[in-house]
Unconditional design. Structure first.
Length: 222
């Protein structure tokens, strides 16, 4: 028995229970299932068009750049344009996401590489689970499809977000996570990213790229 098990065993002894009582398990499950929702701000609510507009406004307020394209097929051209305008090399790293792999990258001059970043990539592209309109935040899940290193190590983080995946608030983002992966199957990490990395620790001067990407470019497709 390790220390954790010893502590829980002592708690059960003090309560006079074993932890396997059906009524206790039922009550816990009921309270979790019927837990009331907390207060949710009105900002971010509305139909899809309103949510997208709010998301864009909040993301740009946080120093991210946002582009809207008609479809996923237009993403490679937008990525190439962004890198060209940023005077960045036409190279980009991505994970194994099948949605990204299916895009017409061959229509551009971009040089692609795949897999997690080792810290030497200047630009990377990944796919977001959702965008949170209330704060302009991206919900990014970890895994081989979209390695977390792609969101934090390169100077230029490019994130693709489907228009229909823009939700109103963080509560809706967590609901989408549960719907997508089911109980006990969620990715190891969920990162909530708002704007590029920044710090004002030194003389209260804002510095972008302090602990991660200097630029965050969001491509809303749809």
């Amino acid at each position: 028995m390790n220390a954790r098990e010893a502590i829980f065993a002592a708690v059960r002894r003090s309560l006079g229970v074993t932890g396997n009582e059906a009524p206790r398990k039922f009550e816990v499950e009921r309270r979790l299932a019927e837990a009331p929702a907390g207060v949710i701000p009105q900002r971010g609510q509305g139909d899809l068009s309103a949510r997208v507009a709010t998301f864009r406004e909040e993301a740009e307020r946080a120093e991210a750049s946002v582009a809207e394209v008609a479809s996923l097929a237009d993403v490679p051209t937008e990525v190439a344009r962004f890198l060209r305008d940023a005077n960045a090399p036409a190279t980009v790293r991505m994970g194994a996401d099948s949605r990204l792999a299916a895009l017409p990258w061959g229509d551009t001059a971009l040089e692609l590489s795949h897999g997690p970043s080792d810290g030497h990539d200047l630009s990377a592209v990944s796919f977001a689970l959702t965008g949170i309109a209330e704060t302009g935040t991206l919900a990014l899940v970890s895994g081989a499809d979209n390695p977390t290193t792609l969101n934090f190590l390169p100077d230029n983080a490019i994130v693709v977000l489907r228009r229909e995946d823009v939700v109103a608030d963080a509560e809706s983002a967590f609901a989408r996570l549960r719907e997508t992966y089911g109980k006990g199957a969620a990715p190891r990490t969920l990162n909530l990213v708002t704007g590029p990395s920044r710090s004002a620790d030194i003389e209260q001067t804002l510095l972008l790229g302090a602990h991660g990407p200097r630029r965050l470019h969001i491509v809303i497709a749809g």
